[in-house]
Design a protein around this ligand. Sequence first.
Ligand code: HEC
Ligand code: HEC
Length: 269
Amino acid sequence: MKKLSARRRHPLAAVVVLLLALAATGGLYAAFAPAGTAKADETAQSLAIEEGKKLYSVGCASCHGTGGQGTSDGPSLVGVGSAAVDFQVGTGRMPAQQPGAQVPKKKVIYTQAEIDQLAAYVASLGAGAITPTEGQYNPAGADAAKGGELFRTNCAQCHNFTGEGGALTYGKYAPSLEGVSPKHLYEAMQTGPQNMPSFPDTTMPEQEKKDIIAYVQAVNGEKADNPGGLSLGGLGPVSEGLFAWVFGLGALIAVAIWVAAHTAKAKKS
Ligand code: HEC
Ligand code: HEC
């Protein structure tokens, strides 16, 4: 007893107590926190599914059935996965309006949050392609030249060499890929909408998809987002080269004339 109280007065006692307390809270946090956040994730997920189910009953069930089993007006959605929903609703194809050879793109009527909820609900019906994360579809650093090769062997027969699209049989068509976001490009390859074959990661790894996205962006995307501001008609290297010729060379000639004129003046005087 005496020993303990003596130690308590030791100048380092406070530090020791503080360290012990910190270690204890750290340990407690490690023991409880992950379980806590996992629980929170789970509740958030089931909330999203519930909200998605409500949206689904209003906007989708008439064609795809109350449990997603499909009707004569729309295919079953069991096992299509969240990526298919994100693609179909995110590009405005769904909800479909009129029957026809192919459901066209329209104005998107759901917010991204609602699309996520719809996707969560459909994913809960059966495992399928999962919505890709930014790390999967962002083409930064991908090889556009390799992507061009892959595009020519896998996509060009329908979408044309630079992705401007083309007609298929029976009134169907492969749409232009201009202005399609990297995420939707990735999801189209994952899910293969309509007559398009799917390219799952097993046959076309993530990196190859990124290369293709980089290629499509290189040939098309320039028109959609010109980092330099002016698009020069977006006609590619020819028009841009012409611009450099006319204005660049023009400027050089102007400088040359100015210099010549001034040296001439200098000589005269
Ligand atoms: C008017 C009927 C109709 C409505 C409403 C509708 N769909 Fe569809 N949906 C279709 C048809 C038809 C197809 C097949 C499209 C095709 O082959 O071009 C389809 C296809 C899909 C696919 C692709 C399935 C696959 O195999 O890849 C998804 C995902 C989908 N719909 C989700 C939805 C969601 C979510 C809603 C509600 C927001 C919705 N649909 C509303 C008729 C409808
Ligand atoms: C057999 C022909 C065919 C091939 C091969 C094909 N596609 Fe498609 N693709 C289609 C059709 C048809 C659609 C339209 C689907 C729809 O509207 O439901 C489409 C749609 C798309 C879309 C959606 C565009 C939009 O406007 O939202 C993308 C992106 C796409 N394809 C990319 C690719 C890529 C990349 C490849 C190669 C890896 C490829 N496709 C190969 C036929 C094809």
